[in-house]
Design a protein. Structure first.
Length: 160
C-alpha cells in the first residue's frame, strides 16, 4: 500500500509540474507577443524614412540639403509653367515643393502607423480570444467543483 501512496504523490507532482510548465509557456508566449508588438510599432514609426532623414528634425528645410544639380533640375522643370520668373518666385516654389515633400513623408508614416495599428488590433483580438477561452474553461471548472462540493455536503452532512 505504501507504493500506492508514492505513485499518487508522484502523479500529483507530475500534474503540478505540467501545469507549471504550461503556465510558463503561456508567460513566454505573452512576452513574445509584447516583443512582437514593440517591433511592429518600431518598424511603423520608421517606415519611409531614409538614413539621413532620421537625423533631420521635422520642419527643418530640406532645400539646404539639396545639391546645385537638383536645384537646377527643379528650376528647369518649373520654367515651363512660369511667365515671369523672379528669385522670390523660385524661393516660394522651392518652399512649396519642400513642404509637399514633407507632407508626403508624413502621409507615408501615417499610413504605416495605421496599418500597424490594424495589424496590432488583429493580434490583440486573437490574444483576447485566447484569454476568453481560458476564462470560460476556468469558469466551467469552478462550477463543476462547486457542484461537487455541494453534492458532498448534501449526501454526507456529518462530514461538514
Amino acid at each position: 500500500m505504501t507504493w500506492n501512496k508514492d505513485a499518487k504523490r508522484a502523479a500529483q507532482e507530475a500534474k503540478i509540474q505540467a501545469r507549471y510548465d504550461e503556465e510558463r509557456e503561456e508567460r513566454e508566449k505573452a512576452m513574445m507577443d509584447i516583443r512582437d508588438t514593440q517591433n511592429r510599432l518600431g518598424r511603423a514609426t520608421t517606415y519611409g524614412r531614409e538614413q539621413e532623414e532620421e537625423e533631420e528634425l521635422i520642419g527643418a528645410g530640406r532645400s539646404r540639403f539639396r545639391n546645385q544639380e537638383q536645384l537646377a533640375t527643379r528650376k528647369g522643370q518649373r520654367k515651363r509653367f512660369q511667365f515671369d520668373a523672379t528669385a522670390s518666385d523660385d524661393e516660394l516654389e522651392d518652399e512649396i515643393e519642400d513642404n509637399l515633400d514633407e507632407v508626403g513623408d508624413v502621409t507615408k508614416r501615417l499610413k504605416a502607423l495605421g496599418m500597424a495599428m490594424g495589424e496590432e488590433l488583429d493580434k490583440q483580438n486573437a490574444r483576447i480570444d485566447r484569454i476568453g477561452d481560458k476564462t470560460v474553461s476556468l469558469d466551467n471548472n469552478i462550477f463543476r467543483n462547486t457542484e461537487r462540493v455541494g453534492l458532498t455536503f448534501m449526501f454526507w452532512p456529518s462530514r461538514a
